[in-house]
Design a protein around this ligand. Structure first.
Ligand SMILES: Nc1ncnc2c1ncn2[C@@H]1O[C@H](COP(=O)(O)OP(=O)(O)OP(=O)(O)O)[C@@H](O)[C@H]1O
Ligand SMILES: [Mg+2]
Length: 274
């Protein structure tokens, strides 16, 4: 269960200078010409119509687009939660779309962490037990050894140290989402996939989650793909891909910016008529 992926040491000091994602590294995640058709009775829905993309290690990419444009479908294919109708997904060197169901499940557990709009915490478990669930499911005791150390470490990252014994109903919505984020990160996945993680939160609480994602990216070199409607959220990313009608129709390179101002993104979207 525990992967031996090296964890870059946290940068010293409270506000590390944002390092840009390496430009020349081969992609850690790649999609080639993905299509996805859903059958609904006699109707067919073409959710994706040929999507290709590449994400570099350590990069923070946002997927924006109107409702129904195919963002969640794309994220599910990228994370191996579902299979494309055609096309290929490569995750950390392995072609996910070719694996058996069992191998795809294993790869997904080892290489991906997911965060969704609804936190999906287990109500009767404590914060530490919820975060330790991936270990428990994998047959590792989360209260001992390296698993316990990783839980402490990731709770520090999302600023929930001291809340280990709380149950989810004893936390605010933003804290609950940070628990979900910690659970997604505790296995040190190659890639973190987040689908509208701030969609259920007010502005201030949403900002806390985005700040946690940002810290993960800058301090740990975590690769992130974030689906969002919200240009303020997308403005945290290095690069924004715009999805419409099942295709990527535009790409906006923002670069790594510590101020997260949405103004340049909003200006570009307006220019492009998006
Ligand atoms: N399981 C499914 N069965 C049938 N159609 C589906 C299924 N999932 C998604 N769709 C359809 O595929 C299209 C893309 O859906 P998707 O959920 O990917 O959009 P989205 O961009 O995530 O939208 P939103 O912003 O509202 O979450 C939509 O037309 C949707 O109705
Ligand atoms: Mg969606």
């Amino acid at each position: 269960m525990l992967s031996d992926r090296p964890s870059p040491a946290a940068a010293p000091g409270p506000s590390p200078a944002p390092a840009a994602a390496p430009q020349l590294a081969p992609p850690i995640l790649e999609a080639r010409d993905l299509t996805k058709r859903y059958r609904l009775g006699s109707e067919e829905v073409e959710a994706l119509r040929g999507v290709s993309l590449a994400v570099r290690p350590g990069e923070f990419v946002a997927l924006m687009g109107p409702s129904g444009s195919g963002k969640s479908t794309l994220l599910q294919l990228l994370g191996g939660l579902d299979r494309p109708t055609s096309g290929q997904v490569f995750l950390d060197g392995a072609e996910v779309s070719r694996l058996s169901d069992a191998a795809a499940t294993r790869l997904r557990r080892e290489k991906t962490g997911f965060v969704f709009q609804f936190f999906n915490l287990v109500p009767l478990l404590s914060v530490a037990e919820n975060v330790g669930l991936p270990f428990t499911i994998g047959g590792t005791d989360p209260t001992r050894g390296e698993a316990a150390e990783r839980i402490r470490d990731v709770l520090r990252l999302v600023e929930l140290t001291g809340r280990e014994r709380n149950r989810p109903d004893q936390l605010s919505a933003g804290e609950q989402q940070r628990v979900a984020l910690a659970r997604a990160l505790v296995t040190r996945p190659a890639i973190l996939l987040a689908d509208e993680p701030t969609g259920n939160l007010d502005y201030t609480t949403g900002t806390e989650i985005l700040d946690s994602l940002w810290r993960t990216c800058v301090e740990r070199g975590q690769t992130i793909v974030l689906v969002t409607h919200d240009s303020k959220a997308a403005a945290y990313a290095d690069r924004v891909l715009f999805v419409r009608d099942g295709r990527i129709v535009d790409e906006i390179e923002l670069g790594r910016r510590a101020d997260h101002s949405a103004a340049p993104l909003i200006a570009r979207l307006a220019q492009l008529g998006l």
